[in-house]
Design a protein around this ligand. Structure first.
Ligand code: NAD
Ligand code: UDP
Length: 338
C-alpha cells in the first residue's frame, strides 16, 4: 500500500515510517516541521535503506495538500500531525483548535475530494477523562477532558464518526495511545522535545545526561501504593507496529474502529525511576513536589480488543523502554541538532 503519513517526521510518525518501509509499504511524508526537522527523515532513509517522497507542507494548506495527493496518489493516510503539549494548549487554545481540528477537517476534505477513504488517526487515552475506573475499555464513555489538547482529540474522534455516518465507504481507525516512551534500537531516531520536556521519560533522560539538574516528581500523596501516579507506558516501536496491524486489519473494512494501544500494565513514577536506574546503572536526582494540575491518579488500558481483533499486542517491557530511551538520549544529547 502507499500511505501518506502526516507528521511523519515527529516522534511516533518517524518510528511508524520505519516499520511501514520495513514491511514493504511505500510512504509519502507531509510535515511542516513545526515540532521536528527534515533531518529525521534522512535518518529514516538511512535506517531502512529506502527512499520516499517528503513534502514540507502545513495540512491546513488545502491547495498544496491537494496537489500532493494528486501527485502521489496514496491509498491510505496515517494522521499524526498536530500540536501535543497539554500545558501549551491551555495557554494557546485557539492555536490548538486551529491546528488540530481545522487541520484535520482540511485533510479529510482533501481525502474525500481525491477519493482516499482510509485513515488511521492518533488519538489519546486523554479522551476517557477522569470518570472511568481503569483498566479503560474502548466502550467506556469519553468526555470530560481537562485541557484544550484533550478536547481537540475528542472533537476529532466525533468528526471522524460523523464523516462515516455521511459516507459509509470510509474506513476509519482511531488509535487511543497511552504513554509512548522508548526509541528505535539503533539510537538514530527518538523523542526530541523542544525546550524543557513536559513528559516524564524525556525529563528523566535529560537529568541522566546532566542537561537538567533534578526531576520533579509531581505528588506522592495520590491513592496509589507508593503515592505517585500510575500510567501505562508503551514502547514507541510497539506503538508503531500497532499502526501496521490497524492498516492490515481494518483498512478494507468500512466503519469506525477504535482501539487502545497500551500494554495493560500500570507503573508509578517511582517504578519508572527505579526501572531506569536499574536498566542503565545510573542514579536519577529527584525531588517530590506538589501535584501537577489535571493529572489523574491512575490511567491504564484494557488492551484486549487490539489483541483479539488485530492480533497485536505490546511486546516490550519497561526495561527495554528505559534502555532504548537512554541509548537515544546518550547518543544524541541535543536531539537532531548535532
Ligand atoms: P510530534 O510533535 O513529535 O509529531 C507531530 C508532527 O506533526 C511533528 O513533526 C510536527 O512538525 C507535525 N505537525 C504539527 N502540526 C502540523 C501541521 N499543521 N501540518 C503538518 N505537520 C504538522 O508528536 P508525536 O509524539 O509524534 O505525536 C504524534 C501524534 O500522536 C499527535 O497527534 C499527538 O497528539 C498524538 N499522541 C501523542 C502522544 C505522546 O505522548 N507522544 C500520546 C497520545 C497521542
Ligand atoms: N511526571 C512527573 N514529573 C515530570 C513529568 C511527569 O512526576 O517532570 C509524572 C506526571 O505527574 C504523571 C506521569 O509522570 O503522573 C506521566 O506524565 P507525562 O507528562 O509523561 O504523561 P501524561 O500521562 O501526563 O500524558
Amino acid at each position: 500500500m502507499k500511505i501518506l503519513v502526516t507528521g511523519g517526521a515527529g516522534y511516533i510518525g518517524s518510528h511508524t515510517a520505519v516499520e511501514l518501509l520495513d514491511s514493504g509499504h511505500e510512504i509519502v511524508v507531509v510535515d511542516n516541521y513545526i515540532n521536528s526537522s527534515p533531518k529525521v527523515l534522512d535518518r529514516v532513509r538511512e535506517l531502512t535503506g529506502k527512499d520516499f517522497e517528503s513534502f514540507e507542507c502545513d495540512i491546513r494548506d488545502k491547495k498544496k495538500l491537494t496537489e500532493i495527493f494528486q501527485k502521489t496518489k496514496p491509498d491510505a493516510v496515517i494522521h499524526f500531525a498536530g500540536l501535543k503539549s497539554v500545558g501549551e494548549s491551555v495557554m494557546k487554545p485557539l492555536e490548538y483548535y486551529d491546528n488540530n481540528i481545522y487541520g484535520t477537517v482540511v485533510l479529510l476534505e482533501v481525502m474525500r475530494a481525491c477519493g482516499v477513504k482510509k485513515i488511521v488517526f492518533s488519538s489519546s487515552a486523554t479522551v476517557y477523562g477522569g470518570g472511568n475506573v481503569p483498566p479503560l475499555r474502548e466502550d467506556m464513555p469519553v468526555g470530560g477532558t481537562t485541557n484544550p489538547y484533550g478536547t481537540t482529540k475528542l472533537h476529532i474522534e466525533k468528526i471522524l464518526s460523523d464523516l462515516y455516518v455521511a459516507d459509509n465507504l470510509f474506513s476509519i481507525v482511531i488509535l487511543r495511545y497511552f504513554n509512548p516512551i522508548g526509541a528505535h534500537d539503533s539510537g538514530r531516531i527518538g523523542e526530541a522535545p523542544n525546550g524543557l520536556p513536559n513528559n516524564l521519560m524525556p525529563y528523566i533522560t535529560q537529568v541522566a545526561c546532566g542537561k537538567l539538574e533534578c526531576l520533579r516528581v509531581f505528588g506522592d500523596d495520590y491513592p496509589t501504593p507508593d503515592g505517585t501516579c500510575i500510567r501505562d507506558y508503551i514502547h514507541v516501536v510497539d506503538l508503531a507496529k500497532g499502526h501496521l496491524a490497524a492498516l492490515n486489519g481494518c483498512a478494507d473494512k468500512p466503519g469506525v474502529h477504535i482501539f487502545n494501544l497500551g500494554t495493560g500494565v500500570g507503573y508509578s513514577v517511582f517504578d519508572v525511576i527505579n526501572a531506569f536506574e536499574k536498566a542503565n546503572g545510573l542514579k536519577i536526582n529527584y525531588v517530590v513536589t506538589g501535584r501537577r494540575d489535571g493529572d489523574l491518579p491512575v490511567c491504564y488500558a484494557d488492551a484486549t480488543k487490539a489483541n483479539e481483533v488485530l492480533g497485536w499486542r505490546a511486546e516490550r517491557g519497561i526495561e527495554n523502554m528505559c534502555l532504548t530511551s537512554w541509548n537515544w538520549q546518550s547518543k544524541n544529547p541535543n536531539g537532531y541538532d548535532d
